[in-house]
Design a protein. Structure first.
Length: 493
């Protein structure tokens, strides 16, 4: 295992996410075109509601799976003192199935009994949309095999195929002439297309994954207990993360009578946020196996962590600047003019402009998250994240009734900034990382030059086509800056 393998694995994941992000933009565009604003809001509310239960279903098993399967030997020991990779993998798959069934059953129970949603299209919509987390999380646990074998090209094939199928099916409906439809049939159909795409993801993941590790769910009481205890800190931490990051859509859905319109504006921005959150997550997932191995052996991890943190800063800065400076053209590209702000009301562009701050702080929080769990310092982490969840839920309850989705945006900034400021100094004392002054100055230079470049291009982005061209130009400019500032030397090797 080497830094080159981490880089290759991360590049495959980044390539997958860039492709999926582009296809997701098309899907969101189709939904925004095909449904009325109210039904689009119901669409976003359905997925937003399921996000929390999807995290609950994960139970931290993926993070544990990567670490535990990486450490396990290829074959069981003669006397069975150590379980093989296949043994550990099989138990984790079985635990995922159990937590998945339980979590989604609870989600469906809640959505059908909440009085606010009686008589709306949301309960049946959530029931149909539940196929997405069901198949996605099953595929996600199989992803462990690709992660520990560093064969992430298979994930690229599976994920991109899934998205192409969903985009294709949704595109056919749009091609047939469906525009701003108020017919719930198309709302349900678009949700079903997501489930069909997720099923394809699972099938491909299963077929590819079994060539790398045997996929045989089985029960081993001792190993189940060990994995469950190892996963519990991750599960609690991920649940707290879901509460402060995903509960806002559901709170809007409960506290606002116009929740469908509110989540129409806000929900599409949340979809963009979810895509942005994945980039630092996948980088840290790629780093986790070698970081865990080195920390377990007592080796010096400061250089590895320093390079990782530098990449996190670059990702966060880039996401922040694009979202902050190009919020209106980006939301015009992602949706259409109906979702943009006017003199009379705020729009999705206002939400993206504000949530740019959350994107930046999120990478820092995730870096601390993985670093602390590597050292098994989960108690202070969970308590801090729980504190963030309390801040988020309380602030949303206070602000959402009056300010709607803008209240959720202010809450997100407050919560993310607070958690980053608390966790980063604490993490640096537990697991120090080396970040040379030269790298800091290079990062600052990159940020300043990106501000200049994006600000100069912004006035010309009057249409979706021009925005797409602008993104391509900005991508080349960004690559040139990384080379010119010498940052690439600080993160390679």
């Amino acid at each position: 295992m080497s830094t080159k393998q981490i880089a290759t694995s991360t590049l495959w994941q980044v390539a997958s996410q860039i492709t999926m992000a582009a296809l997701s933009i098309v899907t969101v565009k189709f939904v925004a075109l095909g449904l009325t604003k109210e039904l689009a809001g119901e669409y976003n509310t359905a997925y937003g509601f399921l996000q929390i239960f999807g995290i609950l279903a994960d139970f931290g098993l993926y993070a544990v799976a990567v670490r535990e399967v990486s450490r396990a030997p290829e074959q069981s020991s003669v006397h069975g003192e150590r379980n093989s990779k296949a043994d550990v993998f099989g138990v984790i798959i079985l635990l995922r199935i159990i937590t998945l069934i339980f979590s989604l059953a609870v989600a469906l129970l809640f959505v059908w009994i909440i009085p606010t949603w009686h008589g709306t299209v949301l309960p049946l919509g959530v029931t149909i949309a539940a196929f997405v987390p069901f198949f996605t999380l099953l595929a996600g646990v199989i992803r462990t095999a690709f992660q520990v074998r560093y064969k992430m090209q298979f994930v690229f094939i599976a994920e991109v195929s899934q998205r192409i199928l969903t985009v294709g099916l949704t595109g056919i409906v749009i091609w047939m002439g469906v525009r701003e439809s108020s017919d719930p049939f198309y709302y349900y159909l678009f949700l079903l297309f997501g489930g069909i795409g997720a099923a394809l993801l699972f099938v491909f993941s299963f077929l590819f994954g079994r060539t790398l590790l045997p996929i045989r769910p089985h029960w081993d009481t001792k190993l189940v207990k060990h994995i469950a205890l190892q996963a519990l800190p991750y599960g609690l931490a991920f649940l707290c993360t879901a509460l402060y990051r995903q509960s806002d859509v559901t709170i809007i859905g409960i506290l606002r009578s116009d929740y469908a319109v509110q989540n129409a504006y806000y929900g599409f921005v949340q979809r963009a946020m979810d895509m942005a959150y994945l980039f630092p997550t996948f980088l840290l997932n790629s780093t986790l196996p070698i970081l865990s191995e080195r920390a377990h052996k007592g080796e010096d991890t400061r250089s590895l962590l320093g390079k990782t943190f530098l990449i996190i800063l670059l990702l966060g800065t880039t996401l922040f600047l694009f979202s902050f400076l190009w919020s209106r053209p980006l939301m015009q590209l992602l949706t259409n003019d109906r979702y943009l702000s006017t003199l009379d009301h705020p729009g999705s562009d206002n939400a993206l402009h504000l949530l740019a701050f959350s994107m930046f702080f999120n990478g820092i929080i995730l870096f601390c998250f993985y670093s602390l769990l590597t050292k098994h310092r989960w108690k202070p982490l969970v308590w801090t994240l729980l504190f963030g969840s309390v801040i988020s839920i309380t602030s949303n309850i206070l602000l959402v009734p009056t300010y709607g989705f803008l209240g959720a945006c202010y809450t997100s900034i407050l919560t993310h900034a607070t958690l980053a400021l608390i966790l980063l100094p604490f993490t640096a004392t537990i697991l120090p990382f080396a970040l040379p002054l030269k790298s800091i100055l290079q990062w600052i230079a990159y940020a300043v030059l990106m501000i200049i470049g994006l600000s100069l291009i912004a006035p010309y982005l009057h249409s979706s086509l021009l925005t797409a061209i602008g993104i391509a130009i900005a991508g080349l400019y960004m690559a040139a800056l990384i080379w010119a500032t010498g940052i690439w030397k600080g993160v390679r090797g």
